[in-house]
Design a binder for this molecule. Structure first.
Ligand SMILES: CCCCC/C=C/C(=O)SCCNC(=O)CCNC(=O)[C@H](O)C(C)(C)COP(=O)(O)OP(=O)(O)OC[C@H]1O[C@@H](n2cnc3c(N)ncnc32)[C@H](O)[C@@H]1OP(=O)(O)O
Length: 316
């Protein structure tokens, strides 16, 4: 059973079960086998160039997997600002799942296809003027993307080639390592309070795992956005690099991580993240209800409307 789990289901939960010898729920194995049958018929287009395989069922996301190096490159491509719509979040979760199930994949570099913006975070229009059912579906998709990315057993590196507020920062923080372009015009952080909304506990927990309690508390209350240099100073970003080298530096960093035996690194990662993941899993439905109730409030809808109007004003 342990060998089967390692081969078919390499999420962090599976790693820790293998390490501890705990029995796995049978649903986990079933899910692993059904996902392993990708590409799904009709949903995924394949191109093969030597050892690089391109697969994506959406024009908002491209994933190129190099079988020789074991490294996949995941590029967000949702103009103008890579906002995380329901569609893009769903594609991200599916894409990450496929990489997890691909036995030749060992690492993922996440970046943006558009210069200047890594991701503007959650698509605010998905949180405005919609029925409650839509909010529930949207929030489940946000959770799912987080569970796949934060819970990935692969080495994940964020090559942050532009600004990365809120949900964009969350994605970067889910990764094992963060490189950011040293352009002072870019910024990164969890700015939710500035929109009049509150980052949920698992956004907070993710940030605490990266920068610790004190910096998280100050950053969240004030909705701080950090320049690349400031982000390095507080530990939100590991390193800044010249803008034109972000991607190559990410590749070099990946090579360093891939020198570590997968099983040892994966079990260590799982030990570090399991409590945070379990916390959300135990409260998934109540978290969805909380979000749907909160976002439906008139006062919150007014705050979001005002924020979007301000965003649309010409910049000085
Ligand atoms: C309980 C609730 C918890 C929920 C947790 C929430 C998490 C989130 O992620 S909320 C989203 C927070 N995101 C932001 O606050 C980012 C806002 N955007 C920006 O700061 C900037 O747009 C930028 C720095 C990302 C890019 O700046 P710039 O290149 O100057 O582009 P524009 O500001 O002109 O924007 C172009 C276009 O895109 C629209 N837009 C920007 N961000 C979003 C977004 N997050 N969702 C939807 N739409 C967004 C912006 O309104 C412009 O639209 P048009 O004027 O119609 O062209």
């Amino acid at each position: 059973m342990a060998a089967l789990l390692l081969r078919t289901s390499r999420g962090l939960g599976a790693c820790l079960r293998v390490a501890t010898g705990c029995p796995s729920p049978s649903s986990c194995v079933v899910a692993a086998w059904s996902s392993a049958r990708w590409p799904r018929e009709g949903a995924v287009a394949w191109r093969t160039h030597a050892q690089v395989r391109h697969y994506s069922s959406s024009d908002k996301l491209s994933i190129d997997m190099d079988d020789k190096t074991g490294v996949a490159v995941l590029k967000l491509s949702n103009p103008p600002v890579n906002s995380l719509s329901l569609e893009l979040l769903t594609e991200l979760a599916i894409g990450l799942d496929k990489l997890e199930m691909n036995p030749s994949c060992r690492g993922v570099i996440m970046t943006s296809a558009h210069p200047h913006i890594f991701s503007a975070g959650l698509d605010v229009s998905e949180m405005m003027g919609k029925p409650t059912e839509h909010y529930r579906e949207f929030w489940r998709a946000v959770q799912e993307m987080w569970l796949k990315l934060y819970g990935s057993s692969l080495v994940t590196i964020a090559a942050i080639n532009g600004s990365s507020p809120a949900g964009g920062c969350l994605m970067a923080m889910c990764c094992d390592y963060r490189l950011m372009a040293d352009n002072p015009k870019y910024s990164i952080g969890l700015n939710e309070t500035k929109l009049g909304i509150v980052a949920p506990f698992w956004f907070r927990d993710t940030m605490m795992g990266v920068v610790g309690t004190r910096v998280t508390e100050r950053s969240l209350q004030l909705g701080l956005m950090y320049s690349p240099a400031e982000a390095v100073h507080v530990g939100l970003v590991d390193r800044t690099v010249p803008e034109e080298t972000v991607f190559e530096e990410a590749r070099t960093e990946m090579a360093r991580w891939l020198k570590i035996p997968d099983h040892a690194r994966q079990i260590t990662k799982s030990m570090m993240r399991k409590t945070t993941i379990d916390h959300l899993l135990a409260q998934r439905d109540s978290d969805i209800s909380n979000f749907a109730n909160f976002i439906s409030k008139d006062s919150i809808q007014k705050s979001l409307t005002a924020y979007m109007q301000a965003l649309r004003q010409p910049k000085k």
